[in-house]
Design a protein around this ligand. Structure first.
Ligand SMILES: [Fe+2]
Ligand SMILES: [Fe+2]
Length: 200
């Protein structure tokens, strides 16, 4: 995953990895939520940008893959008797989205960049977790890592393709936001949370 490690500005802090190992039920519940959200992000784009057939097709496939991941997480939760309950979402995606511009086509480009970063960060987190997990979860996360790496490229390629100008400034802007959210203290432990507040 060298390209993702080079793309992102920081690695997941060790204290987050420790918090995840200590609270696998919350990790899995929030992971299930993230897969649902990933599917709905793709669907929302499909509703809004019907005039882009190449993107519609790719995103439809991507949404199905995310729902399949959701089903797989549910399966693992059921096996481990982890009860699915409502938990508030992490600040991460909402905060990243605050920087999305509201006029078109800037809005589309920014959403595609944010989606690429969320996929890249998920991929990096799976990789950080894998050595610490039991066999079933580490195999599952190894398989997910590959699809999220692919999704990262899908979003980034469309962002480049649909933009009429160079997008490196926008990518740098959102990457700095990602870095801030990952490296600053965060009260709630979630799949995309920052440094656990107690460890900060
Ligand atoms: Fe996924
Ligand atoms: Fe994904």
């Amino acid at each position: 995953m060298t390209n993702i490690d080079e793309f992102l500005r920081c690695k997941t802090p060790e204290s987050w990895v420790q918090a995840a190992i200590d609270d696998l039920p919350t990790l899995l519940i929030d992971h299930a939520n993230c897969e649902k959200k990933a599917a709905s992000t793709a669907l929302n784009l499909m509703y809004r940008y019907v005039e882009k057939p190449a993107m519609l097709l790719k995103l439809s496939k991507l949404a199905r893959e995310e729902l399949r991941h959701f089903e797989q997480v549910l399966g693992i939760m059921r096996k481990r008797e982890i009860e699915y309950q409502q938990i508030a979402s992490a600040r991460y995606a909402g905060e990243l989205r605050k920087g999305v511009r509201t006029h078109e086509p800037a809005r589309l480009i920014d959403i595609l960049i944010v989606s690429a970063i969320v996929e890249a960060r998920s991929c990096e987190r799976f990789e950080a977790l894998i050595p610490h997990l039991d066999r079933e979860l580490s195999e599952f996360y190894t398989s997910l890592l590959k699809s999220e790496a692919r999704h990262f490229m899908v979003y980034l390629d469309f962002a480049r393709q649909y933009s009429t100008e160079d997008i490196s400034d926008r990518i740098a802007f959102f990457l700095a936001e990602d870095e801030r959210l990952i490296l600053s203290a965060d009260e709630d432990f979630r799949f995309h949370s920052g440094v656990p507040a107690l460890a900060a």
